[in-house]
Design a protein around this ligand. Structure first.
Ligand code: CDP
Length: 226
């Protein structure tokens, strides 16, 4: 299938499988995959380690604003990096998941991440997942997908994923975390999580990855005639 040089924006609720879907799309159509959530998680780890966010999620906004200016957060071999330190494992912890949504409400943090994402998107042929890609980062994306799924199914999937990595989480904590994030993400002032008007909804509660690929091939071939 010859897919043209487009931007595919995948937004949606926490743990709906956006990144797994985006990675497979990238592989199948030779697109660059960008995980915007990883950058928010990276800023969050940086904020935790440098005392810009407290245990009760009070954020030193002016301090964080200043400190991220020179923050060397980027993607490299095997995932996300700060300088030459790979932070991929740390950013997937429940501790980071518990603080990332408050951090992602900070306007300066969003500007910092948006700038990086737009730089990557210049070349097109990119699939990006997040909360505001189709609404704010790339409102001109040629294909926008909004993903959703039953919360309990999402929690089960995420708990399994974390357990497979050796993180012994319980399902109630995971469910609580994803519901809290959904709430904060949908209610924040700056770039809240909302479905773009021109996005196509994908509810994958009862779909396998193969079902999703059949679905997207059909959407792409109908829309772009390929
Ligand atoms: O856990 P999941 O894979 O669903 O989330 P993620 O994509 O890693 O994103 C983690 C958090 O970053 C979200 O809950 C949002 O608070 C924030 N985020 C955002 O605000 N905007 C984006 N474009 C991507 C993530």
């Amino acid at each position: 299938m010859q897919v043209p040089d487009i931007i595919i924006a995948i937004d949606g609720y926490s743990s709906t499988g956006k990144s797994s879907f985006a990675k497979i799309i990238a592989k199948e159509f030779s697109f660059l995959y960008l995980d915007s959530g990883a950058l928010y998680r990276g800023v969050t780890l940086f904020a935790i380690e440098n005392g810009f966010i407290s245990d009760d999620c009070t954020i030193d906004v002016p301090g964080l604003d200043k400190a991220i200016v020179g923050l060397d957060l980027h993607f490299g071999e095997g995932g996300t990096y700060i300088g030459n330190r790979c932070i991929e494992k740390e950013i997937r912890s429940l501790e980071v998941a518990g603080k990332v949504s408050p951090i992602a409400t900070v306007a300066e943090v969003r500007n910092f991440v948006d700038m990086k994402l737009r730089e990557f998107g210049k070349k097109r042929r990119v699939v990006m997942d997040g909360r505001d890609i189709g609404t704010t980062v790339f409102p001109d994306a040629e294909l926008k997908i909004f993903m959703t799924a039953d919360p309990m199914i999402r929690a089960q999937r995420r708990a399994e994923e974390m357990r497979a990595k050796g993180d012994n989480v319980n399902i109630e904590d995971v469910l609580k975390n994803l519901q809290e994030r959904d709430y904060i993400d949908s209610h924040r002032k700056v770039s809240p999580l909302t479905q773009a008007e021109d996005a196509i909804v994908l509810d994958n509660s009862h779909m396998t990855m193969d079902d999703q690929m059949v679905w997207i091939r059909k959407v792409i071939s109908e829309r772009f005639g390929c």
